[in-house]
Structures are given as C-alpha cells and as structure tokens.
Design a protein around this ligand. Sequence first.
Ligand code: 5AD
Ligand code: SF4
Length: 470
Amino acid sequence: MPKKLFIRTYGCQMNVYDSARMADVLAPLGYAPAASPEEADMVIVNTCHIRERASEKTFSELGRLRDIKEEKDGKVILAVAGCVAQAEGAEIMARAPFVDIVLGPQTYHRLPEMVARAERGAAVAKVGWKAQPGLGILDTEFPIESKFDHLPAPDTVHGVTAFLAIQEGCDKFCTFCVVPYTRGAEFSRPADKILEEARRLVALGARELTLLGQNVNAYHGEGPDGSTWTLAKLSYALADIPGLERIRYTTSHPRDMGDDLIAAHGALPQLMPFLHLPVQSGSDRILQMMNRQHTGDDYRRIVDKLKAVRPDLALSSDFIVGFPGESDVDFAATMRLVRDITFPQAFSFKYSPRPGTPASLSDHQLPEELKDARLAELNDLLRAQNAAFNRESVGRVLPVLFERPGKHDGQMMGRSPYLQPVHVQGGLDLVGSIRMVRIDREHAYSLTGSFYDESAEASSLSSPQPRVTA
Ligand code: 5AD
Ligand code: SF4
C-alpha cells in the first residue's frame, strides 16, 4: 500500500511552490497525495510567519493534528516546515513534542533523510511513542549547498499555469518584516537552471509561468555566458521558449524596478500588463521608518514609466496601515496615493509587530481600534477600485487563457491578463489556449464573455467598435 502525504500550506506563493517541491522530493519514498490529514501517513504543515495571525494558525493546526495522531496510536509522521519552523523551531519542539520533524525553508532537500529517521522513530513509536523522548528532528540551518540543486525537477503541472522559483531570500530589511530572518540572504538561481525548468514546465502543459521570489526583481543570477543576468534579461530568454505565452513575476520591490525591466514590459507581449508592486505606504516619513528606500514620488515615477511603455498596465499592491507612529496625515498620504494611482487589486494589512524586527521595538505602537478604523477606510477605497476596474472591463476585448471547466454546464473558465476569472460557453478543447473574448457582464467575483471574432466584427459596420487590448 502506498503511503500517503498531506500538506497544509499557509502564506505566500513561495510556500505553495515549496509544498509542491516537498511532495516531489518525497514521491520516491512512496508517498502519494492524501485528500485529508485523517487518511495520511505523513502530514506537513507549511507555515507562514509574516503576521501574527498567520503564525498563530500553526499552533491551532498542530492541536488538531495531535488529536489525529493520538487516534492513530502515533502512527503518523508530523512535520512543521516554513517560516514559523525557521523562526520558532525550538519552541515548536518544546510546545508540541508530538511533532517529529521541524524544518526550515532551506532544508527541504534533506527531507527524505529526515523522514527515514522519523520512520525509524515511528517504528519505536509503535510500542508507545509518547514514552520516547527526543525523537524529534530539527533542521533549520541555512546550509551551504543550495536546496535548488538537490530538489527534483517538477514532473507534473496542475493546469496551464505554474510557479517557478527563481530567487529566494531578501537583503532589504524593511523594519516590519521577518522575511530576511526566516528566508535568509538573497539568492538567485543560475539562469540556465531556470530556463531548463521553464522548458520542462511548458513541455508538461504550462502556458503561463509565474516567476517567484521574495524580492524577485532583485534577481541577479549567473547567465550561461558567465555574466550576471537581471530579471529583464531572463524574461527575454524565457519569452523565446515556444509555447510559453504568459510570464508574470512576484513579489517585486520598487527599488529594483530597473529601466531594463521597465523597457521589457514594453517589448515583450508575454510579460503580462498586471504587476504586483508593493508600496506599503504613501507617506515618505513612514516609508523611511519602514526602511523602504524609496519615496511615494519614486513609486509614482516608476508607475508613469511603466504606463508609458505599456499603457494598459494595471497594478496590484500591498499596504500596511497602523505602522508605529503613523499619524492621520501619514494615513491620508496613503489614501491619496491609492486614489492617484488606482489599484484594481491590493492586499492591505494591519501592522503586526513581529518578534526580532526593529519596528516591533518602537514605543509608538498604535491602538488596535485606530488600526481597525484605518484598515476599514482603506479597504472601502480598494474595494471600490476593484469593482470599478471590473465594471470598466465590460465591453473590452481581452485575451483569455483557458484553464478549466466553469461551474455551470458547457462553460469554461479562463483568466484575463489581469487575473480576472472569465467564463465563456465552450468545450474542454479550449484548455491551454488563448482566445480573444469580449467581456459582456461583470459578477461579484468574475466576468462572463463571448468569443470575439475580429473578421465578423470588421464587416459589421453598424456595431460599435469594442476596445481591444493585446
Ligand atoms: N505587519 C503587517 N503586514 C506585514 N507584511 C509584512 N510584514 C508585516 C507586518 N509585520 C505585509 C507587507 C508585505 C506582505 C507580504 O505582508 O505588506 O508586502
Ligand atoms: Fe520583507 Fe521588505 Fe524584503 Fe519584502 S523587501 S521581503 S517586505 S524585508
């Protein structure tokens, strides 16, 4: 009987990617995916430490898993991976002794060895795992060898879109953020390894790749020619791969939005005109206290330059409200920036003090009620901008990449360049293809449309010309 593995993933897309790689690395040991933790022989909780709430989820999830483990007489291997494991490994071992393995994001390639050791532990466990102290394995090192060199290449693609990690870690040290501590120093994978993985993913059916990294546009990997490649250079090489229709990248930093990358947005149709570019705040004073190393105007200038080369570009962003010392004037500057630039999509957070970060030590922490009020105000504005963008999409003709059947019979679901779900009547043969769709209606979370036939449209002089976006 094959063994079964269940992975619960919290947090960012990098964690989603890491979870898939952990499944790949355990497949040779006979682990197949399980539908629930109850039916699994091994459960991995891949954790997120970015905000307090995310971190708390780890311990409540572990409580539930302890019950499952007890019901199965301890015959389940429990592993905690990700950034909480990295930051609080020893505490997890102490607070949750029923956990067998604690591993940080840099040691996934060593998982088979850890599992083999834990399986031996589990053999002992059959005669009473609770009585066996010290069985846990803790590996939260930052090893010299790169995990990327030791992880197997992906051999399945779920759907037509795939993630590809090209960079990891961060050297920016924003004063609110744990990432530089949990993910470590910035590291870029060599370009040829990335291109090889991209070709493989495309051969497996991917039509869209999202390049991942905590600071993805700081990418500075070694090129095949020995020179250092930027994200722009890498994007040109990726765009040459036949069958790769769409390229996205996330998460980027305004400081690393180089002119070559901005120019690439104008030159490469494969680079989608939808960019996640976190700004965090509109106040220069707060941006400085956050150590973001840019001003609100720097951000506006970058957006102007991007729109100059790609007028249909839309932005998504991250915002933090209630950073220590944020005044009404600072918050008003954030609201102004949002109104000026407009964000069809955005993620907004209440500042959450993270252990070990400089901002958590500030004496100017704001009361929760004030943070709540500001978050609500910002969210109202962002929701309105999102709704307006969807409303304005009606009547536009957009290229849609079809992914899977929709909820209703005979309906297919695809995504616009702006990641909006678009439903169209059609068959399964559409999966993986990009078709021009005229958006007819907007709904709460999606759009519906119909195929747009350019030749028919050209001959029907009476119909108004829809706006076409490439
Ligand atoms: N408090 C609130 N939000 C945070 N983020 C990162 N650290 C914190 C924190 N301490 C947000 C930032 C970042 C996103 C991934 O999470 O907006 O861009
Ligand atoms: Fe965190 Fe700042 Fe690095 Fe982003 S750039 S991962 S917010 S430290």
